[in-house]
Ligand binder design. Structure first.
Ligand SMILES: C[S@@+](CC[C@H](N)C(=O)[O-])C[C@H]1O[C@@H](n2cnc3c(N)ncnc32)[C@H](O)[C@@H]1O
Length: 229
C-alpha cells in the first residue's frame, strides 16, 4: 500500500486531495478498511486508509475536479442515485455521506447483484431494484426526504426521467445532478443540440439550471447539469 501526503479538499467535507490544487488527485476515506470495489488504489497517511477516486471511472469525481461553484454535498445529504451500476461512484459517495443515506436504484439484475455484494457492509447504502422511468414503483423503498438526485442512466429521455423523479422525490430547493450522454439520446445529431434540448426539458419543468459542466475530458459525449428545484 502506498504512503502519500493527503489533505482535506478545500471545499468538500470528506473528500481529500494530494498533489497541486491545479491538478489534484482525489480520495475518500475508506469506510471498510482493506476493501476495494473497482481495483482502485489504496493509500495511507497518518494511519488513515484512503481510496483513490478515479475521474475516468466516476463522473462525480470528474465533476468535483471541475470545481463547480455550488457546494452540493454534505455529510448528512440524503441522495437518490439513479443508475447505480455495481457501485463504483456509490462506494465513494458512501465514504462521503457518513451521516446520510444513498438510495441506489438500478434496473439490471446482474449489476444490482454486484452492487449488493459491493455495499453489503456499507450501512448508508440501500440498493433498490427498479426502473428510474417509473418513480412511483419504488416509493415504498424511500423513507426520507431527498436532498440530492444524482442521475447517470444511459437512456434516450434522460431529462424527462430526471424531471419525473424530481417531481416525485426531490425536496424544495433540493439539487439535481444530471449526467447527460448525448450518444444515448441521438447518435446522429450534434451533442450541443442535444444538450440544449435536454436543458429545455429541465427548465420547462421549473428546474433552475445552476451550472453546466463539461466533463468530456473524462467521459466523452457527456455534459452535467446541476439544477435546483
Ligand atoms: C453509466 S452506468 C452508471 C455508472 C455509475 N453511475 C457509476 O459511476 O458507478 C448506467 C447505469 O444505469 C442503469 N440504467 C439504465 N437505465 C436505467 C433505468 N431506467 N433505471 C435504472 N437503472 C438504469 C444501467 O443498467 C447502468 O448500470
Amino acid at each position: 500500500m502506498k504512503k502519500k501526503k493527503i489533505r482535506p479538499h478545500p471545499h468538500i467535507k470528506n473528500v481529500f486531495i494530494s498533489g497541486s490544487l491545479e491538478r489534484p488527485k482525489l480520495y475518500t476515506k475508506n469506510a471498510i478498511k482493506g476493501k476495494t470495489i473497482y481495483g482502485e488504489k489504496l493509500c495511507t497517511d497518518n494511519g488513515i486508509e484512503y481510496r483513490e477516486w478515479n475521474p475516468y471511472r466516476s463522473k462525480l469525481a470528474s465533476i468535483i475536479l471541475k470545481n463547480p461553484s455550488i457546494k452540493f454535498l454534505s455529510k448528512r445529504s440524503k441522495c437518490l442515485y439513479l443508475g447505480a451500476a455495481s457501485g463504483t461512484t456509490i462506494s465513494h459517495l458512501s465514504d462521503i455521506l457518513t451521516n446520510g443515506i444513498i438510495y441506489a436504484l438500478e434496473f439490471a439484475e446482474r449489476s444490482i447483484r454486484q452492487l449488493i455484494q459491493n455495499t453489503s457492509e456499507r450501512m448508508n447504502v440501500i440498493p433498490i431494484l427498479g426502473d428510474a422511468r417509473f418513480p412511483v414503483k419504488y416509493a415504498k423503498s424511500i423513507f426520507t426526504d431527498i436532498d440530492i438526485i444524482y442521475q447517470d442512466v444511459a437512456q434516450p429521455n434522460q431529462a424527462e426521467i430526471a424531471v419525473r423523479n424530481c417531481d416525485y422525490y426531490l425536496k424544495e430547493e433540493g439539487i439535481l445532478i444530471l449526467a447527460i450522454k448525448s450518444q444515448s439520446i441521438d447518435s446522429v445529431s450534434k451533442s450541443e443540440k442535444i444538450y440544449k434540448k435536454e436543458k429545455r426539458v429541465l427548465q420547462e419543468a421549473g428546474l433552475l439550471i445552476l451550472e453546466s459542466i463539461d466533463i468530456q475530458k473524462y467521459a466523452s459525449d457527456h455534459i452535467v447539469f446541476i439544477a435546483k428545484k
